[in-house]
Design a protein around this ligand. Sequence first.
Ligand code: F42
Length: 158
Amino acid sequence: MPLEGEYEPSPAQWVRDQVELYESSGGTRGTTLWETGLPVVIVTMRGAKSGRIRKIPLMRVEHKGRYAAVASKGGFPQHPAWYSNLKADPHVELQDGPERRAMTARELTGDEKARWWQRAVAAYPPYAEYQEKTHRVIPVFVLEPEPPAGHPDADRRR
Ligand code: F42
């Protein structure tokens, strides 16, 4: 189900610019974190308080068609605002290069989180430094493909 509503671009200009370039080029430009050359994805979600559509770039951490969303915010003391958005409404859209699809976000704990954390640090080593420099435990979500509408699992997963 496409996310519908009014899009509220991020107040952070570098975030806004990357989303704009990524989407306007059909996922062919603005697809890396510039200083590293490492790939990023764009996650579209609904704002927990505003109800508006929000979009953020995140590092691409992919494994067998599923993706991690690491709420690192560069090791900042507070979680990013998008953390509460995903907790309030887990239905998101993920754009990876030219491909865009509906996904459901689920916060990870325990061994499953540990496995994804390893994948995340392998994809983007600075996550380990971010965890060292902050007292909070950095949350990790897994984004899993939603079954297509009409699929017998579609209702069960909502
Ligand atoms: N951030 C990460 O946490 N992890 C990454 O892997 C990551 C990679 C990355 C790659 C490229 C790039 O350009 C940026 C990257 N970022 C990464 C930064 C990321 O895109 C976010 O900017 C960052 O995590 C901060 O997230 P934020 O949600 O705090 O965004 C700020 C800039 C923002 O837009 N704040 C808004 C504001 O007005 O202050 C709030 C937006 C919002 O979602 N509001 C909600 C609403 O209802 O609309 C309410 C939220 C609430 O508090 O309940």
